[in-house]
Design a protein around this ligand. Structure first.
Ligand code: PPE
Length: 303
């Protein structure tokens, strides 16, 4: 991650180092915040924010689920995001909007504490390593179960939810792997710590139904690309051993983009190299987000 000049903070552009909050902020103590992760991409001539509206739609849905009332309209935040990239002179970057409950009342009930909103944008390279994107990553099934749907709500990016991912990620890294794959409380494959998961078997793609996982926008792009390429997609629960015997496995996410998985629990996936369908989806996704396929695509907001 590389610092940029300004952060949008409650309606103002403030210098990066001045974007501070009180230590008694409710969000800091109890995880009562919601966030988004968006990327912008450039080609030789233009810079585009990818699925800006869809990300903010999910931002407001997360807020609704979390009962956080955002004191700005969607339009204000979208415009602020565009301005922020311009002010920071950013092209390819990651954008992190966050709304969190501020200080005031202490204790679990947030009472009428102020809702703070920030938007940060900064350069951020590949999420799982340049090498990982090219050659695939090594993963481990986490000893931590993915949070149950009636404990944490999986349709929303609530800050506090992510402690589950933090535990799993650190466990995997400490054991020498690149990423953790998580099973749900019934023991079925769920998602990565910050990615949706796909397998390829006999030229068909299989992915976890969205019922219990985050409604990933990259996941949605993968499904659309597969349709255009006439590749069958099955949305169905599957088990960890089906991961082991898959021909290909890959992860999708705004940060992770399309990352091939070459090993799971010390078992090589396929021939241990990114497979044909993974590489095809990866290439098509890259061309879509960079505006190479179609610079007028409805998912692209030109800045
Ligand atoms: N599942 C989870 C749990 C998740 O956090 C993400 C995004 C996804 C799936 C994929 O969703 P989408 O980005 O809409 O395709 N994870 C974000 C946060 C990563 C982080 O480390 O922070 C992201 O990719 O921006």
């Amino acid at each position: 991650m590389q610092k940029s000049k300004y952060i949008w903070f409650n309606g103002k552009f403030v210098p990066w180092n001045s974007a501070k909050t009180h230590v008694l902020s409710h969000g800091l103590h109890y995880g009562s915040g919601i966030f988004e992760g968006i990327r912008a991409y450039s080609n030789k001539t233009n810079t585009f924010i990818f699925r800006l509206e869809d990300h903010y739609k999910r931002f407001y849905n997360s807020a609704k689920v979390a009962m956080i009332k955002i004191p700005y309209s969607k339009k204000v935040l979208e415009d602020a995001t565009i301005k922020l990239l311009k002010k920071n002179n950013l092209k390819d970057c990651y954008i992190r909007p966050l709304a969190f409950i501020g200080d005031g009342a202490i204790g679990i009930n947030p009472a009428n504490n102020k809702i703070n909103v920030i938007i940060a944008a900064f350069k951020w390279g590949t999420y799982l390593g340049d090498e990982g994107v090219k050659k695939g990553i090594r993963t481990k099934i986490s000893s931590f179960a993915r949070m149950g749907v009636n404990s944490f709500m999986t349709k929303s990016k609530i800050s506090g939810n992510y402690i589950n991912s933090v535990f799993a990620k650190r466990e995997a890294l400490n054991a020498g792997y690149d990423e953790a794959l998580m099973l749900d409380t019934d023991g079925f494959v769920s998602e990565g710590t910050g990615e949706n998961i796909f397998i390829v078997r006999d030229h068909k793609i299989k992915t976890v139904p969205i019922t219990t996982v985050l409604e990933g926008l990259t996941r949605d792009c993968v499904l659309n690309i597969a349709k255009e390429e006439n590749i069958d997609v099955i949305e169905q629960r599957f088990t960890r051993d089906e991961l082991y015997i898959a021909d290909e496995v890959f992860l999708s996410g705004t940060a992770a983009e399309i990352t091939p998985v070459r090993e799971i629990d010390d078992r090589k996936i396929g021939n241990g190299k990114p497979g044909r369908i993974t590489k095809l989806i990866q290439e098509r996704y890259k061309n879509l987000v960079k505006g190479i396929t179609n610079s007028k695509h409805r998912y692209l907001t030109k800045i």
